[in-house]
Write a protein that binds this ligand. Structure first.
Ligand SMILES: [Zn+2]
Ligand SMILES: [Zn+2]
Length: 188
């Protein structure tokens, strides 16, 4: 998958600060909110979601953005996602909850964005990269495949069946694989 350069990441993190200031401005026309520090960073493993916001009792707020999906999304979707996560944080300041609840929806609307929970792999969100995003989603749903010690490849469903014992054996062109001879060389 496409990767973000350090320069691109820095630019996005700067945009995050700008969007945060902008959201606070808009929301303060309706609701009193104190200043809040919202550190953000990129996470290379996130792929089921474009971003996530968390609150920890000791370290405070943290927003993580998916470097994989930020490399593929349109500028509009990226801005929408930043506002999505920032509204989670401000929502938490207001209601004590971090959820896709009424408070969060209201904040999204105040900030001028549609309150959508998840990202959709559509042209509007990913432009010419839509196919790539769809393929990655499909691959995740399928799960990982395993190359066995003999060189044959076993799908995730077969593998699980043998491993759990719900199926006793699997015949490959080299012989029979059972729970005890199940040996993974690599996961692909
Ligand atoms: Zn959310
Ligand atoms: Zn084999």
């Amino acid at each position: 998958m496409t990767k973000l350069t350090t320069k691109q990441k820095d630019a996005f993190l700067k945009q995050h600060e700008e969007v945060l200031a902008e959201c606070l401005d808009k929301i303060r026309r309706y609701i009193a909110v104190q200043d809040v520090r919202v550190p953000a960073k990129f996470n290379g493993r996130l792929s089921s979601t474009m971003g996530r916001a968390q609150f920890h009792l000791f370290s405070g707020y943290l927003v993580e953005y998916s470097s994989k999906l930020y490399a593929l999304a349109t500028p509009e979707k990226i801005r929408n996602n930043m506002i999505h996560e920032i509204c989670h944080v401000i929502g938490h300041r207001i209601s004590g909850r971090m959820a896709h609840d009424r408070t969060w929806k209201r904040l999204m609307v105040i900030c001028g964005e549609a309150p959508q929970r998840c990202y959709q792999a559509t042209e509007a969100n990913f432009g010419e990269n839509t196919e790539k995003v769809l393929a990655a989603k499909k691959a995740r749903r399928r799960g990982k495949r395993h190359r066995m010690a003999c060189g044959c490849v076993m799908g995730p469903v077969q593998y699980k069946r043998i491993q759990s014992g719900s199926v006793k054996s699997y015949r490959c062109r080299h012989g029979i694989i059972t729970k005890t001879t199940l040996q993974v060389k690599e996961t692909i």
